[in-house]
Write a protein that binds this ligand. Sequence first.
Ligand code: GLV
Length: 383
Amino acid sequence: SSVTIPPPACMLRPLEVPLRYLFGPGPSNVPPRILAAGSRPIIGHLHPEMYEIMNDIKKGIQYAFQTENNMTIAMSGSGHAAMECAVFNTVEPGESVLIAINGIWGERVAEIAERMGANVHRMVKTPGRYFTNTEIEQAIKKHKPVLLFLAHGESSAGLCHPVDGIGDICRKHDCLFLVDTVASLGAAPIFMDKQNIDILYSGSQKALNAPPGTAPISFNDRACHKMFNRKTKPVSYLFDMTHLSNYWGCDGKPARVYHHTGPVSGFFALRESLAILAERVKGYFPTSSVTFLNKKSPFFICVLQDLRLPSVTTIAIPEGYDWREMLTYIMKHHCIEMTGGLGPSIGMVMRIGLMGYNCEKTNADMALHALADALKNCKKSKA
Ligand code: GLV
């Protein structure tokens, strides 16, 4: 019998992908070397050569996170997968968690924790503001959480949150310290072991410059103790660390058994991006902050200089302009992606990301030039 749905016309046309400067908060442009690694021929996800590559990735992540944790893997999925994995595995329904919210990521984690039945306590600040260690300790004493979440790289606000001392406070109160470095890894220093961070995760598509779809995560012994002595099973089968630890050869068992099919090409690309990170001679941070707005700029940087996230800069929307119109103009005339705010920072800021490979003065100059052009050519409202 013949098909009743005809082949769609769009499928008979070739794939078209424009070239773009990805100067938003991610994904960032992927350098040719990483693209090439991702286009190598596929092998089976359970072939011994693949295990070698996964072992290399584990070592690369341990370096990037500055940790010796054995329980270090890459999730099959974006940074969100790692975020959910962290919460699902270390928290059980009914337990208290404390979430620091000063942008979108804390809001997300609070919702994830609520969905799995945790007792969620929120500490909230305006995007761009930070929590002092004293405020954090007071909230921990009050709510007695099993887990504290903090975003190191709050990309919606352009803030890099200080983490020194917070891990020690968490230890003192028997609470796990979970840190999100999706937007900051490779751009701002983080030292998982030295800073007593119990669970740390990131993403592939920001300063690591790999395609979206894989996400490094690591658990220390305290976190492993909690997650492997649970009374209930985690709500997600895909993200269950008992299975994932076996898939990544972290559970000490002689054989890895099938759990799910990992993104083989994505792992090739991630390995290459971690190799580039390891090859850098001047310390392990590939990105230094590129200061691309001078004092005379009509754009005002929204975060204190000391707390600026090097990878994502938030600038105030110039008075009288429509940010959406400016961003559309910049995309149309300069092929540059910049974005507006996200979550609580929508309508407050525009965001420019220069991450890893993209973090060059010439790119900063291009971004500034495009912004200046938009100021000249976008309508200024009368109101
Ligand atoms: C997403 O990751 C963002 O910060 O926009």
